[in-house]
Design a protein around this ligand. Structure first.
Ligand code: CTP
Ligand code: MG
Length: 226
């Protein structure tokens, strides 16, 4: 079965204060680190990286000089993550049957996590990597707590998220037609009745969202080098 990785990297990093996906970690752009396990994994046949329109040529040149082991395409993103993923999907090879979506700003993904999610896909329409919540989660309205959600039912979605290409295509098209924006791809499949499973993620697989997260990223990176 052919599998394409789609790596959305077209955000502007408003909360971070700049394009975190291109910020250097140990002398290499974050995006480069994120791509390594996808390049190494024998399950991934091609990689589509989605970047801001004005960065396409430069990123394409840089990745070409660094990566030769696997086909890598660089395409332009859109105004939302959803549109960026859709653009990436549209650029995948016709023969690919599964799509593995992974945030460019989760650099500590491993081959093991990718492979665990892909393998579990045989039993579902899609599979995401998730982690059980160690915090108690409250539902709030303005400055009031409405209720405390039962913690054992709360899982935090990460990426990779792997889907049947046809199901993901349908979910993205319907969401666009109905003007719905999901914060991840899985939610777009769930809402139209597809079965999405999950496998246990890793607390090292953090998403770099704010400037403070860079501190954790450097600490994790340094620990993993030891
Ligand atoms: N992303 C994308 N296209 C967009 C918006 C986001 O490809 N229009 C990507 C980001 O580059 C990132 C991933 O989706 O790899 C997760 O998004 P997020 O952490 O929200 O990054 P940004 O959107 O860049 O940050 P912010 O929301 O703070 O602006
Ligand atoms: Mg965003």
């Amino acid at each position: 079965m052919k599998i394409s990785a789609v790596i959305p990297a077209a955000g502007s990093g408003e909360r971070f204060g700049g394009k975190k996906q291109l910020k250097n970690l140990d002398g290499r752009p974050l995006l480069y680190h994120t791509l390594q396990p996808f390049i190494r994994s024998a399950l991934i046949n091609e990689i589509v990286v989605v970047v801001p329109k004005k960065d396409v040529d430069q990123v394409d040149r840089e990745l070409r000089s660094m990566i030769s082991a696997k086909p890598v395409k660089v395409v332009a993103g859109g105004n939302s993550r959803q549109v960026s993923v859709h653009n990436g999907l549209a650029a995948t090879d016709e023969s690919s049957e599964l799509i593995c979506v992974h945030d460019a700003v989760r650099p500590f993904v491993t081959e093991g996590l990718i492979e665990k999610a892909v393998k579990a896909c045989s039993e579902h329409d899609g599979v995401i990597v998730a982690q059980s919540s160690t915090d108690t989660i409250k539902k709030v309205m303005e400055d009031q707590i409405l209720e405390t959600l039962p913690r054992e039912t709360i899982w935090r979605a990460q990426t990779p998220q792997v889907f049947s290409k046809l199901a993901l295509q349908e979910a993205l098209e319907l969401a666009e037609a109905e003007d719905i924006q999901g914060t991840d791809e899985a939610s777009l499949l769930e809402r139209i009745g597809y079965q999405v499973g999950f496998v246990e993620g890793s607390s090292l697989n953090i998403k770099i969202t704010t400037e403070e997260d860079w501190v954790f990223a450097e600490a994790i990176y340094n620990r993993l080098q030891e």
